[in-house]
Design a protein around this ligand. Structure first.
Ligand code: BGC
Length: 949
């Protein structure tokens, strides 16, 4: 490229005979922008100076830093600074206008030849003036615009729309960079702070880079992607505009858009231009929050540097299960994602995902690590339950898909994790999940399958644990066969942090990217050279990552950093909590509280005077406005911290009853709290249980708070419990209290949402996405499995197989504390006229359930009507599986006719079972029974249908 650039400088020269007279003379108005030949010359840009310069023969500077004297010629602005010279001839010299002149308007330029000074000539400087270099010396026509192989983009090498990156050499963008010392080599990484607008054939082009041209002094480079819809032609105009000033017009050749320019062909076109090192560069992170090998440029959890030459953007990775995590910056703390699942509302879940995606984008983070869809009912004590979407594969898969679709719609690569069967935190790196293929496919894997297929998510994070004897991140069955072959996943697999255990084994098994550092994938070059990893596999790894970038729009929608829209996002956070909180008990219509008649309330416990609890670990959000309280974490997990989000339930309650006496007690002394409760008409006790990545709860109790609730309930017959926690809990005091509201970790508008729910401004409509067992003794594994020697790999036998969550309780005819799908409302609903129509859709079995849903109470409210299916007995499935639902909002007395359709071809395989013999989903002949109701434990038969042989 240097050669091309020097040729360009030479081409700008005009030869004339050297003259020896007084001193060099500069033509009036003879200093022009060297690129555009316009009079708009800016500090830092390259200028051509015309006149009688006395130089004997044309001379080109041969090195950087550029000399300030060339062929005995020097050019001085005032006494100084002297201009660095690229080229000198008798009639023209090319200079860089010194940075020191920034702010000067009309400095005088004097030429000096062999010590003999000429007459000064004023030079009009402008703040900025883009100029594109052209090949015809006049700033018009064919641009000096190169493709990534440094070829002129002309009729011989036309740009491919949507594929070819254009390297536009220009000048005059000076004021937007910090000036380098005059004459020093430009820094490649010195990006401009303002992004120019580049039009190709009048169509805005995504800007990939804008800054100093690597290796040149004073020249700028703007890299853009040829817009996908650029017009074809051999002289398509290109302009650069900045701050209202537009450059000269340079032309390039653009070929007609090829048919089917999908992400795969775009990725292939880029891949074809990459060196082996560049490919490998994409296949691992180069830092990590713990190793700190390389500081992460924007914080977060990981960083993969891009390839500037080809316009490939860097990847900035951050967690985001419940809001943007990793302390990237203040972000909206959403209610935990299990609350999002409890809304049973994919549209609201989409808005939840939009908050995460848009805030990631605002911070310049473009890979989300948030879609935790583990724990399909196997281990409710897992410390990360709050990040998940509960125990049912279909509900969890669909809610996750909605989150991920929304995130990718913000041009952030979505991530689903942890693949797979990462169902306990304790010993997560040495747990070997043992499970048969059918059970895996129909439970944990099914949630991933739905989440992936319904969202087009582009990255999958493999997990720490082993599955059937092989680490998940080098498990060819999981990665190559299930994910990539059977589900047709075309994105990339990244490892969980330090979950990679090998180079060749992992690469060949299907791992595409190691995080957070190159501990193993740093050796890929050797593994290729020695034949352990085929070149085709390496290409596939890089292709998948590039494809993901195209698919999520990282090329077509370049980053735009800016403030988050906090007001909008907090409103969504509040709505998600209001729709996701679950009313578990409401004896005697204790709730809603009547703001008009209540005189005194005792608010007790869980720092309800200042905030609400959040879950810990990598999902932790740093809430906007700062934490209400931060506490040291217990051990385990021994890291992170306990963060109380800044939303005071006490303050929010007071706004509903400004004239009532609302008093607070910390709850640390049950007797004192009971004494306060005894003085009030209603006592509201906040109980909380902190959970985090890196730990599991030994039991399901609210640690140290059962005595508090019992004491308060003993003192006040109108005791309402508000629970802040991440998953199922047991409630030994349940019979003694009037009402229980499950608020989950409520997010930073939780206080307001809880108060609205307590006072009936919002009618609760959340339904449990996970069974609350009566006690740990009822779980498939009453004790969390641990390695016998405390360290080595050990099996966890998932012998419950298909029977996870409510299916376990149904199959064993056990009554849980609260069943899956359960949640109360302040109104009542009736389901009538249920009818079943079985039908064939393109020769596939399916059915419609129709019914009338009526609000039979006196306030508006939403009900979640749920459809479950019993498969033919011979198939050996648990009694019922959820196959569909609809959430319907109804005014008092209103009736809606509802249809819920179920199709065999849905990604959830609602009618089918996994047949190990043929390794396929099959729909068995026999009788299928359809159930309709409002929880897994409150169902009526809607009908039955036959599938014939
Ligand atoms: C967690 C992942 C997380 C990663 C990066 C790991 O400890 O298991 O869920 O995305 O860290 O923060």
């Amino acid at each position: 490229m240097k050669a091309a650039f020097l040729l360009l400088a030479l081409a700008l020269a005009e030869c004339a005979d050297a003259q020896f007279a007084q001193g060099p003379s500069i033509n009036p108005g003879g200093v022009v922008n060297a690129a555009s030949y316009g009079a708009s010359v800016a500090p830092g840009s390259i200028a051509a100076v015309f006149g009688d310069l006395l130089v004997n023969s044309p001379t080109v500077a041969s090195r950087v830093p550029l000399p300030i004297e060339l062929a005995q010629l020097s050019l001085l602005f005032g006494e100084e600074p002297a201009a660095p010279l690229f080229f000198a001839s008798s009639a023209q010299t090319n200079i860089q206008v010194p940075w020191e002149l920034d702010g000067h308007v009309s400095p005088a330029l004097t030429g000096s030849f062999n010590g003999l000074a000429g007459t000064a000539q004023p030079v009009d400087l402008v703040a900025y003036a883009p100029g594109i270099f052209t090949t015809n010396n006049q700033g018009t026509g064919q641009g000096a615009i190169l493709d990534p192989s440094y070829r002129l983009v002309d009729a011989n090498h036309p740009a491919a729309p949507g594929i070819t990156a254009l390297l536009i050499y220009c000048t005059g963008l000076g004021t937007v960079t910090s000036p380098p010392a005059t004459g020093s080599a430009a820094e490649a990484a010195n990006e401009t702070l303002v992004t120019p607008t580049v039009l190709v054939g009048g169509v805005p082009a995504p800007v990939l880079y804008s800054g100093l041209a690597p290796g040149f002094v004073g020249a700028y480079q703007v890299n853009v992607l040829t817009p996908a819809h650029a017009p074809a032609g051999i002289a398509v105009p290109v302009t650069i505009s900045m701050g209202g000033s537009t450059s000269n017009i340079a032309t390039i050749a653009v070929q007609a858009a090829a048919a089917g320019q999908d992400s795969d062909s775009r990725a292939d076109a880029l891949l074809a231009q990459m060196t082996q090192d560049e490919k490998i560069q994409l296949l691992h992170g180069i830092g990590g929050p713990v190793t700190q090998q390389v500081p992460l440029p924007r914080g977060g959890a990981g960083y993969v540097p891009g390839i500037q030459r080809l316009g490939i953007p860097s990847l900035y990775l951050a967690d985001g299960s419940v809001g943007l995590g990793n302390g990237v910056g203040p972000a909206t703390a959403l209610p935990s994602s299990i609350a999002s699942a409890a809304s049973w509302d994919p549209n609201l879940a989409y808005r939840y995902g939009t908050v995460i995606g848009s805030e990631m984008r605002a911070y310049g983070m473009n890979v989300n690590l948030g879609g935790n869809v583990n724990l399909i009912g196997r281990e409710p004590r897992d410390g990360r339950t709050f990040e998940t979407k509960g125990e049912d594969p279909i509900l969890a898969g669909r809610i996750t898909a909605a989150h991920l679709r929304a995130i990718q719609d913000q041009h952030v690569i979505g991530g689903i994790k942890h693949f797979a069967l990462n169902d306990q935190e304790t010993w997560r790196t040495s747990t070997d999940a043992r499970i048969d293929e059918r059970a895996a496919r129909e439970t944990d894997l099914l949630a991933f399958e739905i989440g992936i297929k319904d969202s087009n998510v582009q990255s999958v994070m493999c997990s720490y644990n082993l599955v059937n004897g092989t680490y998940a991140c080098e498990n060819p069955h999981l990665l190559n066969e299930v994910l990539k072959r059977d589900w047709g996943f075309k994105g990339f697999v990244m490892s969980d942090w330090w979950a990679t255990h090998s180079t060749a084994t992992a690469a060949v098994a299907g791992l595409d990217q190691e995080q957070p550092n190159p501990a193993f994938f740093g050796s890929l070059k050797q593994a290729i050279a020695s034949g352990q990893v085929p070149q085709s596999r390496l290409d596939d790894m890089a292709h998948r990552i590039l494809r993901a970038m195209f698919e999520a729009g990282l090329f077509d929608h370049p980053e735009s950093l800016g403030p988050i829209d906090s007001a909008v996002d907090q409103a969504i956070a509040q709505q998600a909590e209001e729709q996701g909180a679950v009313l578990l008990k409401n004896a005697g219509g204790q709730l809603p509280l009547n703001a008009g008649s209540i005189h005194s309330i005792a608010v007790i416990g869980s720092h309800a005077d200042i905030g609400v609890l959040s879950g810990g670990g990598s999902a932790q959000v740093s809430p906007t406005g700062g934490a209400a309280l931060s506490e040291q974490p217990p051990c385990p997990p021994c890291w992170g911290g306990i963060v109380w989000d800044p939303s005071s339930p006490l303050a929010a309650i007071r706004t509903h009853v400004p004239n009532a006496v609302v008093q607070f007690d910390s709850g640390t002394d049950p007797a004192k709290a009971a004494a306060l409760a005894a003085t009030a008409e209603v006592a509201i006790v906040f109980v909380s249980e902190w959970t985090s990545e890196g730990m599991d709860s030994p039991d399901l109790n609210f640690e140290g708070q059962d005595a508090l609730v019992a004491a308060v309930a003993g003192a006040n017959p109108h005791t309402v419990v508000v629970a802040e926690n991440g998953g199922p809990q047991v409630m030994p005091w349940l019979a003694q209290v009037s009402a229980v509201l499950e608020a989950w970790f409520p997010g930073q508008r939780g206080g307001e949402a809880i108060a609205n729910l307590l006072f009936g401004v919002v009618n609760p409509s959340g339904k449990l996405p996970i069974t609350f067992p009566a006690g740990v003794a009822d779980l498939p594994r009453p004790t969390i499995p641990a390695p016998p020697d405390g360290s080595s790999i050990f099996p966890v036998n998932y012998s419950e197989g298909l029977k996870t969550g409510y299916k376990w309780f149904d199959a064993n005819q056990m009554t849980p504390l609260f069943p899956f799908g359960f949640g109360l409302s302040y109104t009542t609903f009736a389901i009538n006229n249920a009818k079943l129509a079985d039908r064939m859709i393109s020769n596939r079995p399916g059915f419609d359930v129709t019914f009338d849903l009526r609000n039979t109470g006196s306030v508006a409210g939403a009900e979640v009507a749920q459809v479950y299916l019993g498969l033919p007995a011979a198939v050996g499935e648990p009694p019922r599986r959820l196959v569909g639902w609809q959430k319907v909002l109804l005014s008092p007395g209103a009736l809606q006719h509802v249809t819920i359709s179920v199709d065999e071809a849905d990604s959830s395989h609602p009618l089918s079972y996994w047949d190990e013999g043929t390794s396929r989903w099959l729909t068995a002949p026999g009788t299928y029974t359809v159930y309709l109701g409002n929880s897994s434990a409150n169902l009526s038969v809607a009908g039955a249908f036959q599938v014939s042989q």
